[in-house]
Design a protein around this ligand. Structure first.
Ligand code: ADP
Ligand code: MG
Length: 255
């Protein structure tokens, strides 16, 4: 496949103050790819996703997302991000789903989903509500449209969060441990929705400890440790026969 990658990271570095967290991440995602990321807590997975949608400044290397460099390198080699205004338009094309659902507590599921199309994209309210119903149906929640988050289970809330991300018609979806905060019996309903999205051809980066999902749905599996990509491959192959001792140690701890 020769299409330009949706995400292309080369040697991406990032620090929080004096603490360097990403030490040169090489990573790419092709159009339509479901790219799963695993790795120990603190290895920089969330930070990397936050760099991809411009929530954190990259300090070195090159990071191209949706065909554009998300910042620019100055003559002294330092990396600068775009202006906030430019990011605002860019981020509309990326959906992000977090471990904690981050729904607006005082709004119904429908209002949560219709909110960004109305207030960020400027869509007429009736049209946004109509589309919100469709997106809620897509995640199996049409009949719950008028409930507020506290009236929904964790799995349902996370599905609303996915519908809310889809409402902006994103080109790329980022999932940061979307099922880690859920009771075990609620995990599958969320993974099912993600699987459907994958089958519909959505380009997805999924940080997850659900190895079964990675094996079944993922096109690639990437192992992060200590701020670098240690190993990457086809999920079944990587799981069965990884080359790096660190990958093996991690996999044996989660399998
Ligand atoms: P992961 O998602 O793989 O668990 P993170 O990207 O959240 O890892 O964190 C990587 C490292 O960066 C950790 O050591 C963490 O403590 C540190 N870190 C994360 N967020 C911040 C922050 N806002 N300020 C300072 N350090 C942070
Ligand atoms: Mg994380």
């Amino acid at each position: 496949m020769n299409a330009e990658p949706v995400v292309a990271a080369r040697g991406v570095r990032m620090s929080y103050g004096d603490t360097q967290v990403l030490h040169g991440v090489d990573f790419s995602v092709a159009p339509g790819e479901v790219s799963c990321i695993i790795g120990p807590s603190g290895s920089g997975k969330s930070t990397f996703l936050r760099c991809v949608n411009g929530l954190e400044p990259v300090l070195g290397g090159s990071l191209r997302v949706l065909g554009e460099e998300v910042g620019y390198t100055l003559r002294d080699g330092k990396y600068r991000l775009w202006s906030p205004k430019r990011f605002a338009t860019f981020r509309m094309r990326i959906g992000m789903v977090f471990q904690r659902f981050n729904l607006f507590a005082h709004q119904t599921a429908l209002e949560n989903v219709a909110c960004a199309p109305i207030h960020v994209a400027g869509m007429p309210a009736d049209k946004a509500r109509e589309l919100a119903v469709e997106h809620l149906a897509q995640v199996g929640l049409a009949e719950h449209a008028h409930k507020r988050p506290h009236q929904l289970s964790g799995g349902q809330q996370q599905r609303v969060a996915i519908a809310r991300a889809l409402a902006m018609n994103p080109t790329l979806m980022l999932f940061d441990e979307p099922t880690s905060a859920l009771d075990p019996e609620l995990v599958d309903e969320v993974l099912e929705v993600m699987k459907k999205l994958a089958l519909d051809g959505m380009t997805m980066v999924v940080v997850t400890h659900e190895i079964g999902f990675a094996r079944e749905v993922g096109d690639t599996l990437t192992f992060f440790d200590e701020g670098v990509v240690v190993e990457r491959g086809a999920p079944a192959e990587l799981i069965a026969d990884c080359k790096q001792p660190r990958t093996r140690a991690f996999l044996s701890s989660v399998l």
